[in-house]
Every structure is written in structure tokens, then in C-alpha cells.
Design a protein around this ligand. Structure first.
Ligand SMILES: [Zn+2]
Length: 463
């Protein structure tokens, strides 16, 4: 960072405005915005837009057909180079309500912490970014580069309509880099950079073998839908557990040396996960680097649920006429959900399961930003400086995140999750008593302001 920057003045500004940050977060979290039920989403979008406007960010609330609105705002900076900052204003349901020590939508300060639904996930993120941009503007007189802020309202439900918004607003979304929801402090003392996520193809399968269920005395002569679908599901993997669809593995990129280095040096969650699930061992005895490579980089076919016939108490001798299953395929670069869906159909037909129907197939592609992207490197340097220890880089999340949807409009743009969230590993996100520690909120604003400054220097160097 340019030595002439007065970071002490920046931090003083942030500290002296910490009460303003807390009261904005309280105002945002006092408005319920429950993704699962839709409660308060429109009002929340309006409140978020007001908050943007209060910080001098020209804001708009875009309606989305069938889904909650998306709030966007933009602040021009000295450079036209642009970073897009993604967040979401919806929250998880609050049940079980009686386990909260203070009402979830009456944000409450206790022991230097702030309790309330959304304080960490993810309304705190928006507050951090607004305060950080305000501090940077105060320091420099203007932003060093252009920032676009976006807050969507259905992340906690898997963003089923966000793709519609993304497809309709490609021009507005155009940017040089995009930060997702920020990461919070992990138990290893720093917040990680997460450079990608797996894609997802989710399918509903069904088979109908007769007009109606039959007495199981007829089993020698009447087909059974459960056996048909079990056969089809079993055919999806070979004896080695590999997915048997034609061409499934062909598009897969191997790890680069930089990505493998990141995998090797990241703190492993292997033992934590094993203990939390009460497992003696992982699949195929996986451990160490191989465990990480598989967890973060292997595509999968997973049966989420299966339904057929009778499952109640006692005995019912029946031949089910119908069977249904839900299957998810997690995809890695450069697999694409449409191609996997087509391969699934071709595979079922070739295996003699033409009667197995694909009733639904929803998908989103995978994303992986290279660790040597200059935007990633800049964020990693800021994190390392700020925390006084090497940045943790997770090359690919095992799950699927909104960056997968944004990638549709931003191919080849670095998309990643950077430190800057006000939460920590104990924030109880999605659970009763979600909270943040107030010193973490101030630290997150300081870190985010440094990210904006570092990105601004990159923009200046490239203009
Ligand atoms: Zn979230």
C-alpha cells in the first residue's frame, strides 16, 4: 500500500463512527426479511436502499418476476475500473424462537456483542462495506475506483430467481472483479479467501410401472417401480464409486500447482467433520491432501431422497407402481449442468432405463478463480498484513454459492469471497442467538477499507 496513505487517520475515522455502524446494523436487523416465508422482503429491500442512499450511493430497487427485489447501488470513483460487491438482505427463519435470549428482530447489545437475526449473515456485510467506503472517501476525497453494491433477497433459499435478474442486468453487472458475501473469522485466526464453488445439477427422477399398486402375490409377473428406480440409481456409479455417465469426467480441469499449494497449506476441517458426524473413517479411507483434493475438487452423484411403496408400521404386501428419487450432481470446472443432464438421459436410455423420467433438472455451473489473479493477490496481501499471518486460500468450496449464478453474466471475471465479514466462527449463523462481537465489526470495516484502497491502487496501476 502506498506509504503516503494515512491509515491511522482512516482507522480513527472508522472508530469514531462505530456507533453509527452499530445503529445502522440495528435498523437493518429490526426489519424481518425471512427468505423461507417471504416475510418483510419488500420492506427490507426498501430499507436497504435507504441505507445506501444515506451513504451517498445512488440506489435502485429492481423488481424480479416471481422473486424478491434486488437492491443495487453504484458509486463512481477516480478510476472507472469497477468492483462489484455482492450481499443478501434475506435471513434464515428464527425457529426455535424460545431459544433466543432476546427477540431475533429486536437487535440487542450484550457483553460487547450484538444479537439478532442477520447481524452476521448477511446484513452486517452491507454495513461494513458502506462504512468502509465512507472512510475511504473521507481519506481520499473520493473512491479510488468504482464500486457497485448488490443485495439480493433469496440467498437463504438458494436464489431460485436471481438468475433471471442476472440475465436481465448483464450490462449493469459488468465489472473487473466481484466479491461475494465476505468471510468471517475462522478459529485459525484469519478469515479465508474462497476462490470458487462447485456447480449443481439437481434432478427429480420417477418411474411408473403400472396404473396402480398391486398385491405382491403378483410379483413373479408384475414389474416393481422401486426395483426399476433402484436399478437406474445403482447404474449411476461403477464398482469403484465413480460416476458412470458418458463423458462426465472429460471436461474436468486438474488442479494447478498454485491451487494445490493452497490446498496443502489451508487448515483442514477433516477431524472436525469426522467427529461431528461420528464417523470412524471417511469414504475410501480418504485423509490428508487426498481428502482435501476430493472434498474440494471431486464431482459427485448423490441420492438426496427416495420414495416408493409402503413405509408405515406393520406389514403391507404391495408392488409399488411408482417410485421417485431426488439426485444432486455437484460439478467442478469445466462441467456444465446442461451437458450432465443430457449425459444422464443418454446413460439411462443406454442402460435400458428409458422408462425412468427426468421430471425436473435445475442447474448452475461451477466457478474457480485462479489464485494468481491480481485481485486475489491484492486481497490476500491485505488479509495477511491485517491479521499478521499468511492468508488462507480455499481454492474451491465443496458447496454451491451465488457466485455460480453471477458467473453467467461475468465469465472470466475473478469472483471470490474475501475477508471482511463482521462474524466469527461462533456467530451462530442460521441458529438461535446469532451475534457478532462489536470489535470484530470495527475490524471488518478497517479491513474492508484497506481492500478498497488496495483495489484502487491496482486500478491506478492498470489505467
Ligand atoms: Zn449468507
Amino acid at each position: 500500500m502506498t506509504p503516503s496513505l494515512d491509515l491511522a487517520a482512516l482507522d480513527r475515522h472508522i472508530e469514531s463512527h462505530s456507533e453509527r455502524a452499530i445503529s445502522l446494523l440495528q435498523r437493518l436487523c429490526a426489519q424481518p426479511s425471512i427468505s423461507a416465508t417471504g416475510e418483510g422482503l419488500q420492506a427490507m429491500a426498501d430499507r436497504a436502499a435507504e441505507a445506501l442512499a444515506d451513504y451517498g450511493v445512488s440506489a435502485q430497487v429492481h423488481p424480479v418476476a416471481g422473486g424478491p427485489p434486488v437492491v443495487v447501488g453504484e458509486v463512481a470513483g477516480r478510476s472507472t475500473r469497477t468492483v462489484l460487491l455482492y450481499s443478501h438482505y434475506d435471513v434464515q427463519p428464527v425457529d426455535p424462537l424460545d431459544e433466543w435470549h432476546s427477540p431475533p428482530f429486536a437487535p440487542t447489545r450484550r457483553d460487547d456483542s450484538l444479537f439478532g437475526r442477520g447481524v452476521s449473515d448477511d446484513k452486517g456485510d452491507l454495513v461494513v462495506r458502506l462504512e468502509a467506503l465512507d472512510a475511504v472517501r473521507h481519506l481520499l476525497g473520493e473512491l479510488p475506483l468504482t464500486l457497485k453494491l448488490l443485495a439480493e433477497g433469496e440467498e437463504e433459499s438458494g436464489s431460485p430467481h436471481f438468475g433471471t435478474f442476472v440475465d436481465q442486468h448483464r450490462a449493469w453487472l459488468a465489472s473487473d472483479a466481484c466479491l461475494m458475501e465476505s468471510s468471517g473469522l475462522a478459529p485459525y485466526g484469519t478469515a479465508p479467501l474462497v476462490l470458487g464453488c462447485k456447480g449443481l445439477l439437481y434432478v427429480d427422477l420417477s418411474v411408473h410401472t403400472a396404473e396402480r399398486d398391486a398385491h405382491s402375490g403378483n410379483a413373479p409377473v408384475v414389474p416393481n417401480a422401486a426395483w426399476r428406480l433402484l436399478g437406474a440409481l445403482a447404474s449411476l456409479k461403477d464398482e469403484d464409486g465413480r460416476v458412470a455417465l458418458p463423458g462426465f469426467y472429460a471436461p474436468i480441469r486438474s488442479w494447478t500447482p498454485e491451487e494445490r499449494d493452497a490446498l496443502r497449506s489451508m487448515p483442514s476441517e477433516e477431524e472436525t467433520l469426522r467427529h461431528s458426524l461420528g464417523l470412524d473413517a471417511f469414504l475410501d479411507g480418504l485423509s490428508g491432501l487426498a481428502w482435501r483434493e476430493q472434498l474440494h475438487g471431486a464431482p459427485t452423484a448423490n441420492v438426496c431422497g427416495f420414495h416408493a411403496g409402503y413405509g408405515g408400521p406393520g406389514t403391507k404386501t404391495v408392488i409399488p407402481a411408482q417410485a421417485r428419487a431426488k439426485v444432486d450432481f455437484r460439478l467442478v470446472p469445466d462441467q456444465q449442468p446442461e451437458a450432465v443432464r443430457d449425459a444422464l438421459r443418454a446413460h439411462l436410455d443406454a442402460q435400458g432405463f428409458a422408462d425412468v423420467q427426468i421430471d425436473r433438472a435445475d442447474g448452475v455451473g461451477p466457478v474457480r478463480t485462479p489464485p494468481d489473479s491480481p485481485w486475489v493477490q491484492a486481497a490476500a496481501r491485505v488479509a495477511a498484513d491485517f491479521y499478521g499471518r499468511p492468508a488462507v486460500i480455499i481454492p474451491n468450496s465443496p458447496g454451491t454459492m451465488p457466485m455460480a449464478t453471477l458467473a453467467r453474466a461475468l465469465p472470466d471475471v475473478p469472483l471470490f469471497m474475501a475477508p471482511g465479514g463482521p462474524g466469527y466462527w461462533g456467530s451462530l449463523v442460521h441458529a438461535p442467538n446469532e451475534h457478532i462481537r462489536l470489535p470484530d465489526l470495527v475490524a471488518a470495516i478497517k479491513l474492508t477499507a484497506r481492500l478498497i484502497l488496495a483495489f484502487g491502487e491496482m486500478a491506478r496501476a492498470h489505467d
